[in-house]
Design a protein around this ligand. Structure first.
Ligand code: 4NP
Length: 154
């Protein structure tokens, strides 16, 4: 399985999502590949936001080596499941992927917990550290569900 986590900047939310899912998969003994990307190009090549790194580290996860990259049309083909952090991210992905956008493999991350409710992982970019802890909790709960479902027989 190859999973891609996508947000706008690939600097706050999706790097955390990549780190969190990788840790849970490793603990569950599942050998999946996980990557992350962003739909805007403002931070290409940068490491995750300092507060994302801090909150990850607080939870035993090192995301300091991740580097921001853009979401591309080719990602839709290359990955089995793609999780967007928010509705506006999905809209950007549609614009980038055009005819390759595939709603069978592209989902809102919080749809795994609240199907059909169109819930966003809030963008913590303009706020303080508390927002990053909130983002961590939401992503962690969704990733618990992804891993639990993967471990279910059948
Ligand atoms: P992210 O947060 O999508 O969680 O990485 C953002 C980071 C940067 C910007 C927007 C959102 N920006 O506009 O630069």
């Amino acid at each position: 399985m190859k999973v891609l986590m996508v947000c706008l900047g690939n600097i706050c939310r999706s790097p955390l999502a990549e780190g969190i899912l990788k840790q849970k998969l490793e603990r569950a003994g599942l050998d999946w590949q996980v990557d992350s990307a962003g739909t805007n190009g403002y931070h290409i090549g940068e490491n995750p936001h300092k507060l994302s790194q801090k909150v990850a580290k607080h939870n035993g996860i090192d995301i300091s080596c991740q580097e921001c990259r853009l979401f591309t049309k080719a990602d839709v083909k290359d990955f089995d499941s793609i999780y967007a952090m928010a509705v506006d991210v999905i809209e950007e992905m549609k614009w980038i992927a055009k005819d390759k956008f595939d709603s069978r493999k592209i989902h809102l991350l919080l749809d795994v917990l609240y199907p059909g409710e169109q819930k966003d992982i809030p963008d913590p970019w303009y706020g303080g550290e508390d927002g990053y802890h909130e983002v961590y909790k939401l992503i962690s709960t969704a990733c618990d569900k992804i891993v639990a479902e993967a471990l279910q027989p059948g």
